[in-house]
Write a protein that binds this ligand. Sequence first.
Ligand code: GLU
Length: 453
Amino acid sequence: MSGYATEFMDAVRAKNSGEPEFLQAVAEVVESCSVVLDRHPEFRDAKILERMVEPERVIMFRVPWQGDDGEVHVNRGFRVEMNSAIGPYKGGLRFHPSVNLGILKFLAFEQVFKNSLTTLPMGGGKGGSDFDPKGKSDAEVMRFCQSFMTELQRHIGPDTDVPAGDIGVGGREIGFMFGQYKRLRNEFTGVLTGKGLDWGGSLIRPEATGYGCVYFAAEMLAARGDSFEGKTCLVSGSGNVAQYTIEKILDLGGAVVTASDSSGFIHDPAGIDRAKLAYLMELKNVKRGRISEYADKYPSATYTPTDPSLDHNPLWAVPADCAFPSATQNEINAVDAKNMLANGVSLVAEGANMPSSPEAVHAFVETGIMYAPGKASNAGGVATSGLEMSQNSMRLSWSREEVDTRLRGIMQSIHQSCVDAADEYGTPGNYVNGANIAGFMKVARAMLAQGLV
Ligand code: GLU
């Protein structure tokens, strides 16, 4: 790191000391972009990076709601409006007990670069709550969502800030929040994405993050004259991203042998075929059950419960060619990365946001495997949210083929931008630098043009 970058990080650390994930996300961008700042003193003089790490606005609010048994609960709600230089704030809402300001600042910061890469006009934001939807009834989730939106609605709008889903927020939650927004504001607009198909949603949006991630991986393979045909893949997670990652890998001729949730993982050496995937989707989306039930149903699979005393996750030690971390941040540590490299993994494409620790990222980059950071490889989700916004503005809907073709085109374009930026700044093949630099440039140029705001 240059002297400027070191000083910059010291200052950011001093100001945001209780936010390790945010500091981790910023450090990675600064490491990649210090070469850009050396070449562009105008960005340094205008303090572009210093401005990028300060959210334009943070909203934090109380969310009171009542359980089915009459008990009163109080959660914390947030929206981090990080950067609007290239479009309205855009990014998901996460409902998970681990949510706090630092986690949402990291996610909002990543979102700025990711959205910039999509080629669409979207700024970056993120929000959510420490509410845990697990084990709650539909009625409880509805009351929570209505209370959450009763406050959030005054801060968002189709041209201001357009939230969507993330961990713990899917079609059900978006429906409840959209209903409450519409009721309070008396307007039917594209204020949220990930809506149902009958009320303004886009075809392919549910599939988009997983499909996009596999499309990105296919581009990396094609650049080396290879394909998914015959490849064994590890997938972590079993939510929306994992499910459609598995589906697209099957479409392209690969095999998937793992899936997980917070309690443990399954290893199915026979492969998760389409019938098993349909069962997994039903189990997770409708029954809201646990992944262990997969191994009860399919004797070809073994179930390994999560063991917090281990220094690694045995899922990542299963021999394979490719890995698609699709669960959550920092799910791959240095030991996991070593195990993956020792057991044949030569491609990692992140479906989750920042699933690899900095040590793991360095291990992947140093060995020169194909490694795609989430802000590039999982951008298909928010890109398709951007396509949902376009369709809402035009008041029409595109066909499945039309949206899928655009998604694939966007992922190809993101891949090319990463390759070009990495080449231009002297680190060919380094998708981390490529994604950070390409994402940064567009936002930095827009901020410079718009003056000191
Ligand atoms: N939560 C997703 C992400 O991390 C999607 C955001 C959106 O569609 O706005 O990019």
